[in-house]
Design a protein around this ligand. Structure first.
Ligand code: SAJ
Length: 430
C-alpha cells in the first residue's frame, strides 16, 4: 500500500480520496479552501451524492484518511482540482492545476508519481503540469512518473462508477503508465486501458463528453423537427433506437452540468476544426429559447403571468445546479443575467412574467426556491425542467386546483400525456 496526497476535495477528489483510503492506502487529502478542510474535519460531507457521507466516514474511521493543511510528500499525488470555464473566451482556466503543480514541486522525491485527473485541454499534463513540476529540478520520466487519468464518473452514481468504469491511463512513458496502473488496480474493477501519451488520454475524455453533447443536440434538433410534423419525438426516437446500430439520446431543455457544456470547447483550444461540435453546442444552448417559444404559443404574451419551474438541478435526482437548464430558463423568462442584472434587449417594453422555482433536491441557500405549493399556486403554466422522481409522482388533482392556468411544458418526457390531459392539463412536450 502507498501514501497518496489527493489535491482538491470536491466532486471527484473527495470520493477518490475516500476510495483510496478504504482500499488501504495512507491518504492525505488537501484542499486549498480552508473552509472545505474545516468542514471535512468535522466529517461534514456534501449531502447530494448517495452513499458518499457514510463512505467518507468509514475512511476517516479507518485512520487511513486525514485532511492536510498543506501538500505533503507522498508516493502518489492525485490532482483533482477544478478547471473553471471562461464563458466569454470559451477557454479553460488552468490556475488551480498550476497551483497544485507549484505546491507539489517542492515535496517531490525521485520515484514519486503525479497523476492529473482534472478534465483539461489536450497537452496540459505535459506542457503545464510537467513543466511546473520540473521546477523541483527533477525530470519528468527520468526522476518521477507523470500521467493523466481522466475521471469518468456520473454524478449521482459516483462510488459505483469509480470502481466499475474502465480507466484510461496515459503516462509519459512505460514506467509512468505502470506506476499509475498499480494505484488504480487497487480499487478499479473495470479494465484499465493504457497509452504512453497523456495528451491522448486528455483528448479521449473530451471526445467522450463531446460525443454525448453532439448526440443530445441531434435529439434536440429531432424534437424540434418532430414538433413541426406534429410527431412525438420521444416515441419516434424510441422506435428509431430499436435498430441495432442507432442510439439517439433524449431531447431536453438544454444540457447542464460542468462537463458536457464545457468540455467540447476545450477541444478547440488547439484546433480550428470544430464545426459540428460548435453547432451542437449552439443547438443545446438555445433549447431554452425553444421552450419559451412553446410557452408563448400557449399563453401568448407572458407579461403578468406566473410560471412555475419544477427543477433547478441540472439533471434528475441530483442537487447540483451547475449550468442548470431550469435556472437558465428562469433567467431568460425574467430577462436577467447570471448576476441577476436586467438584460434589456427590448428596452424593457415587455413585462416579464413572475417566475417561481421549486426543487426538492437543491439545498443551495443562495437560490430563491420555494416549496411546491407556493411555486404552483396561481401559476399560469408549469415547466417540468428536471426529471426528478418526485415530479413523476405529482398529485395532478391538487396541482390543477392550485394553478390558475392549465399549461404544462414537459421538457423531459416525464408526464404521461393521457393522464395529464385527463386531469385537465394542456400538455406540450419536447
Ligand atoms: N441530457 C439530455 N439528454 C440525454 C442525457 C442527458 O438532455 O439523453 C442532459 C442532462 O439532463 C444534463 C446533461 O445532459 O443536463 C448532462 O448530463 P449527463 O447525465 O449526460 O452527464 P453528466 O454531466 O452528469 O456526466 C458526464 C458523464 N459523461 C458521459 O456520460 C460521457 C460522466 O460519465 C462524466 O464523468 C462527467 O460528464 C464528467 O465529469 O466529465
Amino acid at each position: 500500500m502507498s501514501s497518496v496526497c489527493v489535491h482538491g476535495l470536491g466532486y471527484i477528489g473527495l470520493p477518490t480520496a475516500a476510495m483510496l483510503a478504504n482500499s488501504g492506502h495512507e491518504v492525505h487529502g488537501y484542499d486549498a479552501d480552508p473552509e472545505v478542510r474545516a468542514r471535512l474535519r468535522d466529517v461534514e460531507v456534501p449531502p447530494e451524492e448517495p452513499g458518499l457521507s457514510e463512505f467518507v466516514e468509514r475512511a476517516f474511521a479507518s485512520g487511513n484518511l486525514t485532511i492536510a493543511d498543506e501538500t505533503v510528500a507522498a508516493d502518489y499525488h492525485v490532482v483533482c482540482v477544478p478547471t473553471p470555464f471562461d464563458q466569454v473566451s470559451k477557454t479553460a482556466d488552468l490556475e488551480y492545476v498550476r497551483s497544485a503543480g507549484r505546491a507539489i514541486a517542492p515535496t517531490l522525491r525521485p520515484g514519486d508519481t503525479v497523476i492529473l485527473e482534472s478534465t483539461v485541454p489536450p497537452g496540459t499534463t505535459v506542457d503545464e503540469l510537467g513543466r511546473i513540476l520540473e521546477m523541483s529540478e527533477l525530470s519528468v520520466g527520468d526522476d518521477f512518473a507523470l500521467a493523466h487519468s481522466p475521471e469518468t464518473v456520473l454524478p449521482g452514481n459516483i462510488l459505483a462508477e469509480l470502481r466499475a468504469n474502465d480507466r484510461i491511463v496515459g503516462g509519459v512513458d512505460t514506467a509512468s503508465v505502470e506506476s499509475a496502473v498499480r494505484l488504480y488496480e487497487s480499487f478499479v474493477d473495470g479494465s484499465i486501458r493504457t497509452v504512453t501519451d497523456p495528451t491522448v488520454a486528455e483528448f479521449v475524455k473530451l471526445i467522450q463528453n463531446t460525443s454525448r453533447d453532439v448526440n443530445i443536440a441531434l435529439a434536440n434538433e429531432i424534437a424540434k423537427i418532430a414538433g413541426d410534423y406534429g410527431i412525438d419525438s420521444r416515441e419516434a426516437i424510441s422506435l428509431a433506437n430499436s435498430h441495432p446500430r442507432v442510439d439517439i439520446l433524449q431531447p431536453g431543455p438544454g444540457v447542464g452540468g460542468h462537463c458536457l457544456p464545457v468540455d467540447p470547447w476545450f477541444l478547440g483550444e488547439g484546433s480550428d476544426e470544430l464545426v459540428l461540435i460548435e453547432t451542437a453546442r449552439q443547438v443545446n444552448d438555445t433549447m431554452s429559447t425553444y421552450v419559451i417559444d412553446l410557452l408563448r404559443s400557449e399563453l401568448g404574451d407572458l407579461g403578468g403571468k406566473k410560471i412555475a419551474i419544477l427543477g433547478a438541478a441540472y439533471k434528475g435526482n441530483v442537487g447540483d445546479t451547475r449550468m442548470s437548464p431550469g435556472l437558465k430558463l428562469a433567467r431568460e423568462l425574467q430577462r436577467v443575467d447570471e448576476d441577476q442584472q436586467l438584460v434589456t434587449t427590448d428596452g424593457g417594453a415587455v413585462e416579464a412574467p413572475e417566475v417561481a422555482i421549486h426543487d426538492p433536491h437543491v439545498t443551495d441557500p443562495t437560490l430563491e426556491l420555494t416549496d411546491l405549493q407556493t411555486a404552483t399556486t396561481d401559476a399560469d403554466a408549469v415547466i417540468l425542467a428536471t426529471d426528478h422522481d418526485e415530479f413523476q409522482r405529482l398529485d395532478l388533482t391538487k396541482l390543477r386546483e392550485r394553478m390558475r392556468g392549465r399549461t404544462v411544458i414537459d421538457t423531459k418526457g416525464i408526464a404521461d400525456p393521457t393522464t395529464w390531459r385527463q386531469a385537465g392539463f394542456v400538455i406540450r412536450r419536447i
